[in-house]
Design a binder for this molecule. Structure first.
Ligand SMILES: [Ca+2]
Ligand SMILES: [Ca+2]
Length: 420
């Protein structure tokens, strides 16, 4: 079976983890971490540590035996995203189209929003895939969703609610962007507000295998990209309910003005370090290599991450390397089959984790840490071996870190904590 035909969120994969993880399971490291080369970072990197204040990054990855993933909710149906409201609520996205709520530690029966009538979730990769709350959500009640509609095409839509309301008004939908998906898979799905308050959206290459349409390298399509929109303004000239930030790399031409980066295959999840503004993109590979791309704060965008000329650091459809940015990390089929991008830990309760970028493999359940180390290098280490199908990570209102264990019925949320 061709690797590309294995959906990222293969429902049957849940059958591969028959044991339901129990709460408060401490998971020991039982395998050697993958070997990665130290990769020289771009010259624009700020120092990884500073002597004038608290270090931005710990010097070593933490010893994982002192930590555990504690279950905080279960019984979810295919959870794929977690976002925190400023008032402490957690919004959980179920792939079928519900946004559910955890309030005061309890999973509520009434959903925050029910999009099941608008969302197709055929195969393993369609559905309600991403949620982002406006940075001023507590004042304006705006939030944004990314889903595949009943025709399988991608919709980016805005909703508005009273910030404290238990449920959003489904009639408040304003579609910002809609674009055709030529195949059912590779729909991206990530939605994150960046340091300047612009909304970043990850799109897949459209699907099938090997990017047959060449979308990753085609700057005239929104597929295979990271997009960057100004959702606080509209563009009456172009007739869009969003505006193009004037410093987007192709705002003046050379490609669709919404594009921030390109050459991506299926960047399901990406994250900014909230302290440094650095960007981490986890791009799901084709047959051989899963990868983590790194873009330092202050990048002007327009970065070409290589797909489909390259898969990871290896030739795929071509031999050139000119103008292409390789990942800072890759791993092969010996360690997993589908990377799930995580978050940079900035939990004040876990100072020994400061600056560690967590990521996982959906198939193998392995969870690694990637840490900027010194001026120009990286540490990477296997931290946890689990039987979770990690579909996403999230950050709570206090900076606490969660992971989502994907399952058709027993989907669960876990929080990273120090072992007692
Ligand atoms: Ca697609
Ligand atoms: Ca790449």
């Amino acid at each position: 079976m061709r690797r590309a035909l294995i959906p990222l969120l293969l429902p049957l994969v849940a059958a591969c983890s028959p044991s339901t993880p129990t709460a408060s399971t401490a998971i020991a490291v039982t395998a050697q971490p993958p070997k990665i080369e130290s990769t020289a970072a771009p010259a624009t990197l700020p120092p990884a540590t500073t002597t004038t204040s608290e270090p931005l990054f710990v010097e070593q990855l933490p010893e994982p035996a002192g930590y555990r993933w504690t279950q905080v909710a279960n019984g979810l149906k295919q959870p794929v995203d977690l976002q925190a409201a400023p008032d402490g609520r957690l919004f959980l996205v179920e792939r079928g189209g519900l946004i559910r709520v955890i309030a005061d530690g309890a999973l509520l029966g009434t959903p925050f929003l029910d999009l099941r009538g608008k969302v197709a979730h055929r195969g393993g990769e369609q559905g309600l895939l991403g949620l982002a709350l406006h940075p001023d959500f507590s004042e304006n009640g705006l939030f944004f969703v990314n889903y595949t509609d009943l025709s399988g095409n991608t919709v980016i839509a805005r909703y508005q609610t009273s910030p404290q309301a238990a449920a959003a008004n489904p009639a408040s939908q304003v579609v910002l962007l809609r674009f055709e998906q030529p195949y059912a898979n590779h729909n991206g799905g990530g939605m994150v507000f960046g340091p300047q308050g612009y909304l970043y959206i990850s799109t897949g290459d459209g699907g099938a295998a090997g990017d047959p349409q060449g979308n990753g390298q085609n700057r005239d399509t929104l597929l295979g990209k990271l997009l960057r929109l100004d959702v606080d303004n509209r563009d009456d000239e172009r007739g869009t309910a969003y505006a193009i930030p004037s410093d987007n790399p192709f705002a003046q031409g050379g490609g669709r003005p919404e594009i921030w980066d390109y050459g991506l295959r299926n960047p399901w999840r990406f994250a900014f370090d909230p302290l440094t503004g650095d960007l981490y993109i986890a791009d799901v590979g084709q047959n051989l290599w899963e990868e983590i791309d790194f873009e330092p704060a202050g990048s002007g965008g327009g970065v070409n991450y290589g797909w489909n000329i390259r898969e990871g650091r290896h030739p795929f459809a071509g031999q050139t390397t000119a103008g292409l940015t390789d990942p800072v990390l890759e791993y092969g089929r010996d360690l997993g089959c589908s990377v799930t991008g995580g978050v940079v830990v900035r939990d004040p309760a876990l100072p020994e984790w400061q600056g560690v970028y967590l990521y996982a493999d959906f198939c193998s359940g392995r969870i690694w840490g990637l840490l900027r180390s010194g001026q120009d290098g990286w540490q990477n280490g296997l931290l946890f071996e689990t039987d979770y199908n990690v579909s996403s990570f999230g950050v709570g209102p206090s900076g606490e870190v969660y992971l989502l264990d994907y399952d058709d019925r027993e989907g669960a949320i876990y929080r990273l904590e120090r072992s007692p």
